[in-house]
Ligand binder design. Structure first.
Ligand code: CA
Length: 228
């Protein structure tokens, strides 16, 4: 279950939120000043922050502004004043949502569920685009391959070959399957083209970084194994 950080200086509201959130099955962390809230948010232990605007030491907008330099955790602002300016400032400052006090707890709970779901959705999408093996990462969304954080320049087909191998990590893939996936069903060129691309990839990765990334499985095909 998710952990919610409640930053609220009014004890009654803070306690009420804690009871309701615990009742819903969330873990709850609390802070009563802006500074304490920022520290707890930056600790990375919470999945979402409910942040009051009027707080001692640092106000909610300032907490949010500082937090956004290092973190994109979902933040729902609580504002006591029903002023358009506050809402605009909150959303411009990187708040995911806001609620005006007094608020209905059911609505806040619904917004918390929505923000957490949205976050889980983006995390899953990011995971799908990001493939890796050891220090090697392939980011399909950015069309980037990096080793130890350093960019590796690949041609389109080298990239596609690496992508297919990483998508099927620990599985031996035949040359025919690779040919189909990398060059397309209607490819009519040389059948040893996959061997050629594997050689190119090895010269750009294995030879440069002293690794043995792509394994040859004699008579069958190729494989990238974890721990190489
Ligand atoms: Ca307050």
């Amino acid at each position: 279950m998710a952990t919610i950080l409640v930053v609220e200086d009014e004890e009654k509201i803070g306690r009420f939120l804690e009871l309701e959130l615990v009742h819903e099955g969330y873990r709850v962390m609390k802070a009563v000043t802006g500074r304490e809230g920022l520290e707890k948010a930056e600790s990375g232990q919470a999945d979402l922050m409910v942040l009051d605007v009027m707080l001692p030491e640092l106000n909610g907008f300032e907490v949010l502004r500082r937090l956004r330099k290092t973190s994109d955790m979902p933040v729902i602002m609580l504002t006591a004043r029903d002023e358009v300016m506050d809402k605009v400032a909150g959303l411009d400052g990187g708040a995911d949502d806001y609620m005006t006090k007094p608020f209905a707890i059911e609505e806040l709970l619904a917004r918390i569920r929505l923000a957490l779901k949205k976050r889980a959705g983006t995390a899953a999408a990011a995971d799908k685009n990001l493939l890796s093996c050891g220090a090697l990462t392939l980011d399909a969304a950015r069309y980037e391959v990096r080793y130890d954080g350093k960019l590796v320049e690949l041609t389109h087909r080298e990239f596609e070959l690496l992508r297919v191998l990483l998508e099927n990590k620990n599985i031996v893939i035949s040359r025919d399957t690779l040919l189909e996936k990398v060059c397309g069903y209607d490819y009519m060129g040389e059948t040893n083209v996959i061997d050629v691309y594997v050689r190119y990839l090895r010269s750009k990765l294995d030879d440069v970084y002293g690794i043995r990334l792509i394994q040859t499985v004699r008579g069958v095909g190729y494989c990238i194994k974890d721990g190489q």
